[in-house]
Design a protein around this ligand. Structure first.
Ligand SMILES: [Zn+2]
Length: 279
């Protein structure tokens, strides 16, 4: 556990890999952001669908790898129950210094807000792994003028959060093998360079899906239910369906950032969609 307010799920061990989930809190997202959701399911979660805010710490023996870092203080005004990880705390200086790698699944502020505070990177010794398509999209200075008025603050915040970490970023395209059974792979749609993580040791494997699924209440039952804040909703739905089919067929355990379940689970097919079964 990182601090008194953050909650952590039991650690999962895969051979030499140890994965621990650290929750950064939760966000209440308007159900109206899911225009195509099944009306009955949507009614159950109106006015808000609750998003968890999971991050993970992977220990390989040689490396200490974070998968995203939560919101920091950046989203508290709108979502007061975020930023509970408190990475900026002075008591965590030593722990932050031990992080060797950070996998940035994508650059939304609820994933990268915890990487810096006051314009300074909080993880001075870490190499940050980002898809080139993601970095190039968000850091393009022309972007802010090409998005709708109500998206400008979101873009402005992401661009401000990118500056303090720029010198630590290593870009890649497609898959990237970090070694030790940690593989990054593209899962586009939520954002242009959104990526997920595959962890394996011997015959054991798990996935960390990041934002392939954002609403557990709506998108397992109906993977076609698109989320209004995705950069390419159709591609996001295609990615979600492809991965859900595979996970259900293989019965491979997975976790995802916004699930309310902080641990791992498996998917089972049901009429019209899937059902999540916690492990
Ligand atoms: Zn997110």
């Amino acid at each position: 556990m990182l601090d008194k307010t953050a909650t952590s799920a039991p650690t999962l061990t895969l051979g030499d890999l140890r994965v621990t989930c650290h929750s950064d809190g939760h966000l209440l997202i308007p159900a109206s952001f899911f225009p195509d959701a099944d009306p009955l399911e949507k009614k159950k979660v109106t006015p808000h669908t609750r998003f968890g805010a999971n991050t993970w710490l992977i220990e390989t023996g040689e490396r200490t790898i974070l998968v995203d870092a939560g919101s920091g203080d950046w989203l508290k005004a709108r979502y007061p129950q975020t930023g509970l990880l408190g990475w900026q705390g002075e008591d965590l200086t030593e722990k932050r210094g031990r992080v060797t790698d950070i996998i940035i699944t994508h650059m939304h502020a609820d994933h990268i807000g915890g990487l810096s505070a006051g314009g300074t990177s909080l993880f001075p010794n870490a190499e940050l792994h980002v898809q080139a398509a993601e970095w190039d999209y968000w850091t393009d200075e022309a972007l802010i003028n090409s998005v709708a008025e109500d998206r400008k603050p979101l873009v402005g915040l992401i661009q401000a959060l990118a500056r303090p970490i720029e010198s630590q970023v290593t870009l890649h395209s497609g898959e990237k093998d970090l070694g030790g059974g940690v593989l990054l792979f593209p899962a586009p749609g939520h954002t242009p360079g959104h990526q997920a993580v595959h962890l394996s040791s011997g015959s054991k494997e798990v996935y960390l899906l990041a934002d392939v699924v954002v609403s557990d209440a709506l998108q397992f039952a109906n993977p076609e239910a698109v989320y209004a804040l995705e950069t390419d909703p159709e591609l996001a739905a295609a990615t979600r369906k492809f991965l859900f089919e595979r996970l259900a067929f293989e019965r491979t355990p997975f976790a995802a950032t916004h699930l309310n379940e902080t641990g791992f689970g498996c998917l089972k097919k049901q009429t019209g969609g899937f059902r999540f079964e916690a492990l």
